[in-house]
Design a protein around this ligand. Structure first.
Ligand code: F6P
Length: 324
């Protein structure tokens, strides 16, 4: 293998640039020609491909977003779209691709490799959601949770001053990892995640108890965007119907969680994963996602990595219950 490519795909995540830098620099270090594909799989279809040199990734390690841009390509989901993408890769002589993305991106890579087995795909987990099997942390998760935590800390100041109860919505369409981690880190009164059943009566009683028995005059409830309760606004409304102890407010943090400078550990992990992805291609690996489990590098087949996660931490959930 002489030529490899790299792309970022799906929702952007802080640390993607650090990973990309590592892929380009280590690729060149190991003697590959490295190509950048802009806007994920869409750029592969539209032949938006260019050769990258070491200087193309200078001074990007500290920035959020992705200099390659990203997309959620509908066309790549079609056989015709993938056929065009394959034709373009062959035209450039590209034999290996590093995909920095989440479950949708690896699902796409997996389907593509079943159709065209002469292109090797290796993945680096890039999503703020942390919802992949085979790694303790995905690229973007640490920064996103720190961003959410800093915002929630500020909301707590005003909640406390006004004796208010805030329902704060954090990202996570299918996963509650951001919600759970920030709930523990901000001392939330409760957390609602898609992985567990939401019982509004139980929540309302719990909040009522806090008021009556613990003398709490303000509070926060973290709601994952994908919780089946329907997001922070709906949950707040449902609780409001059941008791009127506090003045209730809602804050939706939204895409602020996807941007910003990656944290130190994020940059380090992303760099390591990028380097390991290139090493995997060099070692003729394909169809695997690079991960870090207990600080050790792992290779997880795409098929396993994208299986819906099932391991929201019961330990952290219990911590929220006990420590609130
Ligand atoms: O990248 C993951 C994520 O941020 C989810 O948490 C969220 O539900 C989704 O992306 C939002 O995607 P988009 O920016 O395309 O609306």
């Amino acid at each position: 293998m002489k030529k490899i490519a790299v792309l970022t795909s799906g929702g952007d995540a802080p640390g993607m640039n650090a990973c990309l830098r590592a892929v380009v620099r280590s690729g060149i270090h190991y003697g590959f020609e490295v190509f950048g594909i802009r806007r994920g799989y869409q750029g592969m279809i539209e032949d938006d491909i260019y050769q990258m040199e070491e200087h193309d990734v200078s001074n990007i390690i500290q920035y959020g977003g992705t200099i390659l841009r990203t997309a959620r390509s509908k066309e790549f989901r079609t056989k015709e779209g993938r056929a065009t993408a394959y034709k373009n890769l062959k035209k450039w002589g590209i034999e290996g691709v590093v995909v920095i993305g989440g479950d949708g991106s690896f699902t796409g890579a997996n389907i593509f490799m079943k159709e065209y087995d002469d292109i090797a795909f290796v993945g680096c987990p890039g999503t703020i959601d942390n919802d992949l099997i085979g790694t303790d942390f995905t690229i973007g998760y640490d920064t996103a949770t720190n961003t959410a935590m800093a915002a929630i800390d500020k909301i707590k100041d005003t909640a406390d001053s006004h004796n208010r109860l805030f329902f704060i919505e954090v990202m996570g369409r299918d996963a509650g990892f951001i919600a759970l981690r920030t709930a523990v880190a901000t001392g939330a009164e409760a957390v609602l995640v898609p992985e567990t059943r939401t019982d509004i009566d139980h929540l309302a009683n719990r909040l009522d108890d806090f008021y009556r028995k613990k003398g709490k005059t303000s509070g926060i409830v973290i709601v994952a965007e994908g919780d089946e309760g329907g997001g922070a606004s709906k949950v707040a409304e449902a609780v409001r119907q059941r008791f009127d102890r506090y003045e209730i407010k809602v804050a939706i943090l939204g895409h602020i969680q996807r941007g910003g400078k990656p944290t130190c550990i994020e940059r380090v992990r992303a760099s390591q994963m990028g380097l390991e992805a290139v090493r995997a291609l060099k070692g003729s690996k394909k169809g695997v996602m690079i991960g870090l489990i207990d600080n050790k590098v792992t290779h997880t087949p795409f098929e396993k990595a994208i299986k819906h996660h099932d391991d929201i931490s019961p330990v952290l959930l219990e911590m929220v219950e006990i420590l609130a």
